[in-house]
Ligand binder design. Structure first.
Ligand code: UGA
Length: 431
């Protein structure tokens, strides 16, 4: 099938590369001409396992190409995915202005019978909104064009795997013929397909992310309580997880959830509830627990530093919002370290993937080339992202290089017994 993809960020690039891999002819657009030029050379701007090979294969087979401008991708396409950003507005609502711009740009060039598909996370009502914008812009000239919602459930770092092996495919569309066309795109993918109305499809996406965020805030709250009652949250999560109704996933306590999805999507869903007069106290609690988790982590680091950050050096391991990505958007590590620096500490930070972003995101930080350099001379070492490499460091070397041997492990990544034996003071989460 001929597919156009509008927006070549995380979601758009994954959609384009994977659909080309599945045998479709894909033209993906972006506004940024440098990005388009890089992508056409197979130079991938994000860290995503399997993506370089998929894009290289797509370019070589000519099933994938990148162009500047939405209209150039939409022209001649049977199906057009809208994958542009939907950032959080000041009021917490999702900002649909990029979606509107994309819809206005493609409306004049859409082929008869084309299906426009909302792939970005968009609030309930967005399918109808895009339909309205397209019709308004085309001034009644649209010939059998339909809009569908087909939300993504991709985790950064494993987006290619998630796209090609989804747990489910959700299609929200009022027109059965168009829904079948969208389903046909995924014919070679084995997964349950849920065809539903647009509002339900849009809600499935928000409810899924909000539920996962709820699990994280729940286990963080339990972890905080475990600290008061001398229980170990890791044992608690293990004992809970064997119940298949609960499961083991998303029960890892930490410094709070971050990234480009959960913080934004939970706020947007809360906003939707507020505008419809529903008091979604539960979701508000989830968001509050998450914000408090940043503050609790700061408090732990402060206490490990002797009660104040003045004149203290904090070594930080990890800046990205989770391991195996180079994404630092809304990263708990950044929220925490900004506060630590504001209170007077010098921060020496190392992250395996953050690269030059570290200094831009945290002005004044001492950006280090490896984990040892970050620990060197510090009073407290804070583990903020669960990169596997941190487990395997030479902790004797670290002990002798630190000014004071204190570790705050905000991801419960390290072995407390082994560290305490060596002479470290160790503080984890909920243990
Ligand atoms: C999330 C969802 O997992 C995807 O299904 C969804 O498609 C995506 O958002 C999206 O809406 O586009 P992602 O943001 O890549 O994916 O990251 P997650 O792996 O879900 O982690 C989110 C945050 O929760 C991270 O900060 C992570 O460290 C934290 N987390 C996760 C925990 O603190 N504990 C856990 O047990 C799991």
């Amino acid at each position: 099938m001929r597919v156009g993809v509008i927006g070549s960020g995380y979601v758009g690039l994954t959609t384009a590369a994977c659909l080309a891999h599945l045998g479709h002819e894909v033209v993906a657009a972006d506004l940024d001409s440098d990005r388009v030029a890089r992508l056409n050379k197979g130079d991938i701007p994000i860290l995503e396992e399997g993506m370089p090979k998929l894009v290289a294969d797509g370019l070589a087979s000519r099933r994938l190409r990148f162009v500047v401008g939405a209209a150039n991708a939409a022209r001649d396409a049977e199906l057009i995915f809208i994958c542009v950003a939907t950032p959080q507005g000041d009021d917490g609502a999702a900002d649909l202005s990029f979606v509107e711009i994309a819809a206005r740009e493609i409306a004049p060039v859409l082929s008869p019978g084309a299906v426009v598909i909302n792939k970005s996370t968009m609030p309930v009502g967005s399918t109808r909104f895009v339909q309205r914008v397209l019709h308004e812009t085309a001034g009644g000239q649209l010939d059998r064009v339909t809009v569908a919602s087909n939300p993504e459930f991709l985790r950064e770092g494993q987006a290619v795997r998630d796209f090609l092996n989804p747990d489910r495919i959700v299609i929200g569309c009022d027109d059965p013929e168009a829904a079948v066309k969208v389903g046909d795109l995924y014919r070679s993918v084995r997964a349950p397909v849920i065809v539903t109305d647009p509002a339900s499809a849009e809600m499935i996406k928000y409810a899924s992310n909000a539920f996962l965020a709820t699990k994280i805030s729940f286990i963080n709250a339990i972890a905080n309580l475990c600290e008061e009652v001398d229980a170990d949250v890791r044992e608690v999560a293990l004992g809970m997880g064997y119940d298949p109704r609960i499961g083991f996933q998303f029960l890892h306590p930490g410094p709070g959830y971050g990234g480009s999805c959960f913080p934004k999507d939970t706020s947007a869903l809360l906003y939707t509830a507020q505008t419809h007069g529903y008091d979604f106290g539960l979701l508000k609690g989830v968001i509050d627990v998450n914000r408090n988790q940043y503050d609790r982590t700061v408090a732990k680091i402060r206490s490990a530093a002797g009660g104040s950050f003045e004149g203290r050096v904090v070594g930080a391991w990890g800046l990205t919002f989770k391991a195996d990505t180079d994404d630092m958007r809304d990263s708990p590590a950044l929220h925490i370290l900004r506060q630590v620096m504001a209170e007077g500490a010098t921060v020496r930070a190392y992250d395996p993937a953050a690269g030059e972003q570290a200094e831009n995101q945290l002005p004044g930080v001492v950006a280090c080339q490896d984990a040892y350099e970050a620990a060197n001379g510090s009073d407290v070492l804070a583990v903020l992202t669960e990169w596997d490499e941190f487990r395997w460091k030479d902790f004797d070397r670290i002990l002798s290089s630190m000014r004071s041997a204190s570790i705050v492990d905000a991801r419960n990544l390290l072995d407390p017994a082994a560290l305490r034996r060596r002479g470290f003071k160790y503080v984890g989460i909920g243990r």
